[in-house]
Design a binder for this molecule. Structure first.
Ligand code: GDP
Length: 365
């Protein structure tokens, strides 16, 4: 499963947010393939389309698609030099697909700030510097190795050195690797190094509990937005403390509490949606009377690969898929209605699954 790692300086609200995530956590019986680890929180991805499909089909059961957050606490200044078990944490970051960087935007004299005062940009730069230093080490090692290989006469290594020198230069200028323009070929070369600063980032701006409705007016949030815009990153304002309270409520109580706070939906839901989008993920649906369910694929997945998310047998024995776009199905009112309108398509092995496709797979066992 795809994972987003939660990082940030100490005392910014990571544990509070992570507790809200596990508290709100998914029904684990539905996700037997998810990691069982105290540092991993499985959440359901909110999707209004799934609710609409449920109304339409009236199945026995509805299962949202899930997503994992990993708590990567302990990243501090000096991590790249191996201080404070730093390298171990960097290794954990290497394994995630995206980074949720929690930044402190709340003021509270009772909560110590590691650097003495609230300054989100300086906090971001402290963490980013550690990631950049770790990447520099990887890049320099690789350049050295590739240089030796050039002497062996292989042209491939010359190109590798050329690209990596550019990455190195950017890192020296304190720029993350994701800020560099790379061709597809170059991207392949760089991807091999599993650079930390190449991963997509989302900043979770943690505001005080009395600021949730007016988070955008918080001057620190404004600073984070400006900073993020320059490096093409997303920002989600959130109050970790409030989310922890929301996560304990259900149904009407939850709705009422959100209304009191002046919120349309919980910050956690916004965070989940933003992380999902950040990873470039698509959702397709299966809709039968037994179960209506959402499934996650990466953009660019073909029909057999999408079937494989359900079961590897579906991929191996794939024959074809019956597909109807969600909007068409909703407009037609039923599968039969969509069929009559000619909107139920038969698609083969090369079909690129689209976000919102409702699919039924035919396969050989
Ligand atoms: P971590 O070290 O990043 O995991 O931070 P914690 O989640 O442990 O939070 C550090 C302290 O800040 C705790 O005492 C939290 O209760 C407090 N805290 C977290 N979010 C907020 C907030 O929005 N407002 C206030 N006033 N305190 C918060």
């Amino acid at each position: 499963a795809l994972k987003a790692g939660i990082v940030g300086l100490p005392n910014v609200g990571k544990s509070t947010l992570f507790n809200a995530i596990t508290q709100a956590g998914a029904e684990s019986a539905n996700y037997p393939f998810c990691t069982i680890d105290p540092n991993v929180g499985v959440v359901e991805v909110p999707d209004e389309r799934l609710d609409k499909l449920t109304e339409l089909v009236q199945p026995n059961k509805t299962v949202p698609t899930a997503f994992e957050f990993v708590d990567i606490a302990g990243l501090v200044r000096g991590a790249s030099k191996g201080e404070g078990l730093g390298n171990k944490f960097l290794a954990h970051i290497r394994e995630v697909d995206a980074i949720v960087h929690v930044v402190r935007c709340f003021v509270d004299e009772n909560v110590t700030h590691v650097d003495g005062k609230v300054n989100p940009i300086s906090d971001i730069q402290t963490i980013n510097l550690e990631l950049i230093l770790a990447d520099l080490e990887s890049v320099e090692k690789r350049i050295e190795r590739s240089r030796k290989n050039i002497k062996g006469g292989d042209k491939k290594y010359a190109q590798e050195v050329e690209v990596l020198e550019r990455v190195k230069e950017a890192l020296y200028e304190d720029k993350p690797a994701r800020s560099i323009e790379l061709s597809d070929d170059e991207r392949l070369i760089v991807r091999d190094l599993h650079l930390l600063t190449l991963k997509p980032v989302l900043y979770a701006a943690n505001v005080g509990e009395d600021e949730v409705a007016t988070a955008e007016e918080n001057p620190y949030v404004k600073q984070v937005r400006e900073f993020a815009a320059a490096e093409n990153a997303e920002v989600v304002p959130i109050s970790a403390k409030v989310e922890a309270e929301i996560a304990e409520l259900e149904g009407e109580d939850k709705e009422m509490f959100l209304e009191e706070l002046g919120l349309q939906e919980s910050g956690l839901n916004r965070l989940i949606k933003a992380a999902y989008k950040l990873l470039g993920l698509y959702t397709y649906f299966t809709a039968g009377v037994q179960e209506v369910r959402a499934w996650t694929i990466r953009k660019g997945t073909k029909a057999p690969g999408a079937a494989g998310v359900i079961h590897s047998d579906f991929e191996r024995g794939f024959i074809r898929a019956e597909v109807v776009a969600y909007a068409d199905l909703l407009a037609a009112g039923s599968m039969n209605g969509a069929k009559e309108r000619g909107q139920l398509r038969l698609e083969g092995k090369e079909y690129l699954v689209q976000d919102g496709d409702v699919m039924h797979f035919r396969f050989n066992v």
